[in-house]
Design a protein around this ligand. Structure first.
Ligand SMILES: CC(C)(COP(=O)(O)OP(=O)(O)OC[C@H]1O[C@@H](n2cnc3c(N)ncnc32)[C@H](O)[C@@H]1OP(=O)(O)O)[C@@H](O)C(=O)NCCC(=O)NCCS
Length: 173
């Protein structure tokens, strides 16, 4: 079974090549998560450097699932730092490698990020996703509610504009 880890800046930097591979795998497989395909290692690396910088500054948590030397999954929590939003956080970039899907890894990562959010005093979580994809079914199954949907909000990795659904979940402390 893969192990769940919350990464520090140094740990994330040491795993940068594996994180790049994980992101490229998801985008090149068609996931609409902010990038066009084919996703270059250079662009993926720049993305992860931004994430790692946020981790260092305390505005983001990064959890991974590691199987030996391979990172098979990851999830992030963007912590709102505004004085009136210290109770909320955004769940971002839930990724499970194509070779490790349908084994409950996403469910585990979602549960772990909820625990981290509670521990950080965050009681309102939100996220956005492309409808009619595996992630949408997952969020509904885990008790998330739909706040609404925005037409043509983002592009698929092939450049097709699509609807984006906004989910939220209130956490009991
Ligand atoms: C979405 C994703 C994270 C799911 O990861 P996973 O580890 O395969 O998911 P799990 O095995 O934990 O599945 C949990 C539940 O999610 C739903 N689900 C997962 N994959 C599904 C699929 N291909 N089709 C339909 N439902 C699916 C099911 O309800 C599943 O429960 P079940 O196995 O009891 O039926 C993975 O497909 C992925 O990385 N996709 C690309 C990136 C992405 O779209 N991320 C979300 C961004 S918002």
């Amino acid at each position: 079974m893969p192990t769940l880890e919350r990464l520090t800046e140094a740990q994330a930097l040491a795993l940068l090549p594996q994180l790049v591979t994980l992101l490229q795998d998801a985008v090149n497989d068609g996931a609409s998560i902010g990038f066009l395909r084919p996703l270059s290692a250079d662009i993926a690396q720049r993305f992860w450097h931004g994430v790692i910088s946020d981790v260092n500054q305390g505005s983001r948590l990064l959890l991974i699932l590691r199987d030996g030397s391979m990172v098979v999954g990851s999830i992030q929590l963007g912590l709102c730092l505004k004085p009136n939003g210290l109770h909320r956080a955004e769940v971002q970039k839930l990724l499970v490698h194509t070779s490790a899907r349908r084994q409950g890894h996403a469910r585990l990562l979602m549960s772990a990020i909820e625990s981290e959010a509670r521990a950080a005093g965050r009681t309102l979580l939100y996220l956005d996703t492309e409808p009619d994809q595996p992630a949408e079914a997952l969020y509904r199954k885990l008790g998330w509610s739909v706040a609404g949907a925005i037409p043509d909000y983002a592009c698929t990795p092939d450049g097709r504009l699509h609807l984006t659904v906004i989910f939220f979940k209130k956490l009991t402390p």
